[in-house]
Write a protein that binds this ligand. Sequence first.
Ligand code: NAD
Length: 212
Amino acid sequence: MVAATIPQATAKRLPIYYRYLNILADSGKKRVSSTELAEAVKVDSATIRRDFSYFGALGKRGYGYDVESLLEFFKKTLNQDKLTNVALIGVGNLGHALLNFNFHKSNNVRISAAFDINEEITGTIQSGVPIYPMSDMKEQLTVQQIEVVILTVPSSVAQKVTDELTEVGVKGILNFTPLRITVPETVRVQNVDLTNELQTLVYFLDHFGPGK
Ligand code: NAD
């Protein structure tokens, strides 16, 4: 409920905070100040205090934040207790790399099924993940209760595949293709564009230097 009302920018920082708080907890640290956190996660301390205030976590002056209770909160908010299976559609160059990576550092999300039309790879297992033909998609997504997919097909077929995904009830698509896919309101899309990120980095370096 809290998660539904916090700004998207704040929501995006949650996993960063969570990862660092885990490191602190592992090293036996009981509390942390927003200044310490700011230095570690490279987010300024005013932003951290504002972010934390959205979750009702108010640090005490001179004490900081209690690591354990923050971790408990993040665990619940980020659903870290629950394993989410996701599927990958299109096992080419990028798809292979993502399968190989398979979110090793995350204990709550993993790619459990992949799909492709290439008969040379369907029926095989790559990086521990079975590759199914597209004709098995509906059945596998249903059986494995998968609602989120990673889309790494050529852009020429991205909309067609998206329509197929929508039809079988997918709720979220992480779209790596350059095509801005069209989906009904029941589906949420998150676009990943490395070119864009690189250009943004170059722009910031050119205009502001590495400092800001
Ligand atoms: P690729 O050609 O190596 O792989 C595409 C795979 O999709 C192939 O295995 C192919 O058999 C499969 N495929 C084709 N049609 C399909 C269909 N109808 N249903 C299911 N699978 C199908 O391409 P790639 O280099 O891995 O790139 C994949 C996509 O990712 C492209 O759209 C590319 O532009 C994009 N890309 C994005 C980024 C980024 O930063 N977002 C970076 C690199 C590539």
